[in-house]
Design a protein around this ligand. Structure first.
Ligand SMILES: [Zn+2]
Length: 280
């Protein structure tokens, strides 16, 4: 099994004439502060340090990487993705900063096919999120940040209702950020708290994806937010209100069942009543 797993990778390497260490990757692989062990898989080179959390969890990480890659390709409607992705696992945000000069839990550099993730006990794993950036950027080209982040969060949410519940929570607590503040070419993830913006953008992308399909999402990706009305035939404000209505309808009944206490309830009921329909 091991040999079978390795041979396609070796073949890909020789076909593309890629040298063992790409020039762009050299600063990471040869960084004086890091001593990497590498696990080579058909789709990934997974780099980790000896005695690290990543080494202990390598089997799980491999699975997350593979499942994440598959999920992204499925969402994008793509059948294949050739580049081998170089993943670097570090033990902390401080170590991440040492390696790439940014205090983040995850980062992707799609032109280098490089992905960086903090793997520490109890830390959130950003691997699937970063793989979405890597693959979408290489298959669809550069996209506006709101759409990149929205897509990554949609893929990671994987149709669990968690993200939609978070969106509904933002609506109920009146922390909803109007989409026009994010859905524009200038928005950067640092402007607001990612805790608020990421679920909202992810939920919006999910709505666009499920309502209009992947082809339109790809066109929106290419044309940008200024052309949303051309792509979807509706202004952003109309897309937003349609989505909010769909959200309340979709998530509402689930919240009813678990009977969440607090002020959200009355508001939720109010919103549901607008959407109430008698089934034919
Ligand atoms: Zn991201």
């Amino acid at each position: 099994m091991m040999a079978m797993a390795l041979s396609p990778w070796l073949k890909a390497q020789s076909n593309t004439g890629e040298s063992f260490i790409d020039e762009h990757l050299r600063p990471y692989y040869e960084h004086a502060g890091f001593s990497w062990k590498t696990d080579r898989e058909p789709h990934f080179e997974l780099n980790f340090e000896v005695n690290s959390e990543a080494e202990r969890r390598l089997t799980q990480l491999k699975e997350v990487a593979e499942l994440g890659r598959t999920a992204v390709l499925k969402v994008l409607g793509a059948t294949s993705y050739d580049p081998v992705i170089h993943v670097f696992f570090v033990g902390s945000i401080a170590r991440m900063n040492e390696l790439i000069g940014a205090e983040v839990i995850g980062r992707s550099r799609p032109t280098q096919h490089a992905v960086f993730c903090v793997v520490a006990p109890f830390s959130e794993l950003s691997l699937a999120h970063e793989l979405t950036h890597e693959i979408a950027a290489n298959l669809w080209g550069p996209g506006e940040h709101w759409l990149q982040e929205g897509l990554a969060n949609y893929v990671v949410d994987n149709n669990s209702s968690l993200m939609n519940r978070q969106c509904l929570g933002l609506l109920q607590s009146k922390q909803w950020i109007p989409l026009k503040l994010m859905v524009n070419p200038e928005w950067k993830s640092s402007i607001y708290s990612p805790d608020d913006t990421y679920p909202e953008l992810g939920g919006f992308v999910q709505y666009l994806y499920e309502t209009f399909g992947v082809e339109y999402l790809q066109i929106a990706w290419t044309k940008g937010s200024r052309n949303l009305k051309k792509v979807y035939g509706k202004k952003l404000s109309k897309l937003e209100s349609d989505w909010r209505a769909a959200l309340v309808k979709r998530v509402g009944p689930v919240h009813d069942q678990i009977n969440l206490p607090g002020r959200g309830d009355s508001l939720l009921q109010e919103e549901i009543s607008h959407e109430h329909r008698i089934n034919p």
